[in-house]
Design a protein around this ligand. Structure first.
Ligand SMILES: [Zn+2]
Length: 282
């Protein structure tokens, strides 16, 4: 799911003056606890801003300055940086971050992945020397030293490695998250089926509507996968077999089918699902 960006424009920005972006810089806001209150602060005449901010809301960040412009948050390095302010504190321990602010870390990671993809910046942790030199990657405000304003955020407890691991997981394709997890098809006898993946990501449920009827009947569980299912497809073959295919997160397929004018589904158990596809590339 692409990160939702809530646009709260700040007047505190300027042109990058032709500079390219090589730094993805993480900060802690040291006060504001929500992206809205942070955005409100940056709308004031405070001579400061950030491109974005993150709080504990699921899959949502605040955006205050467009990435094509220069935000004012790390002094000499502003022209070369794109920045996020986490609505937390540099004094937080690793446990505080990991136990109570998972969503904020996830949001930060997704933002890193999106910016890295946009600017072609590698998702690697820069040393202070590389950050202050000509390195391309991700750093914390503290890594920029006195030229960056001499701050110490995001603090020694910030789980940078965890966030970068999450970010390297990539930007999940929207289709894998929520668009391809429902499918429908009409059988030979005119029964309309709809299939969807349940909340556990591994169970396919279905309902069906008989020809000429308006009620939907609960078909229950159609199959259970041992891996997360990230895509579904349903179709009817030329000989009238209703086919349901799922793609598992590990690349393997799951498959079940219903012969024409029958109600039973075949191949629903794991062994058969896999056996039908032995040797296919993942
Ligand atoms: Zn900072």
């Amino acid at each position: 799911m692409a990160l939702k960006r809530v646009w709260i424009p700040s007047p505190n920005y300027s042109s990058r003056g032709g500079s390219g972006v090589r730094l993805i810089v993480l900060h802690t806001a040291e006060g504001a606890r929500t992206i809205e209150s942070l955005g409100g602060f940056f709308q004031g005449d405070v001579g400061a801003s950030s491109h974005t901010g993150a709080d504990d809301k699921v899959n949502t960040i605040g955006e205050y300055v467009k990435r094509s412009n220069k935000a004012w948050t790390q002094a000499n390095y502003n022209p070369a940086a794109v920045a996020i302010e986490l609505c937390g504190f540099a004094s937080w321990s690793r446990d505080e971050w990991m136990n109570n602010h998972r969503n904020m870390l996830d949001n930060c990671a997704k933002w890193i992945a999106e910016e890295a993809a946009h600017f072609g910046i590698p998702i690697t942790k820069l040393s202070a020397g590389a950050a202050q030199g000509s390195g391309r990657g991700v750093c914390q405000h503290a890594d920029l030293g006195s030229g960056g304003g001499g701050h110490w955020d995001c603090g020694s407890g910030f789980p940078m490695d965890h966030v970068l691991d999450l970010a390297r997981g990539g930007v999940p394709a929207p289709s894998e998250e929520d668009e391809n997890l429902i499918a429908s098809a009409v059988s030979e006898s005119g029964v309309h089926h709809v299939f969807w993946v349940g909340e556990d990501g591994k169970t396919v449920w279905y309902r069906y509507q008989r020809r000429g009827e308006s009620d939907w009947n609960d078909g229950g569980t159609l199959l259970k996968s041992n891996e997360k299912i990230v895509g579904l497809s349903a179709s009817k073959s030329a000989t009238g077999v209703l086919e349901l295919f799922g793609r598992q997160a590990d690349g393997g397929p799951v498959h079940t089918w219903q012969k024409p004018n029958q109600t039973a589904w075949s191949g629903g158990e794991e062994g058969k699902q896999r056996a039908a596809f032995t040797g296919l590339p993942k």
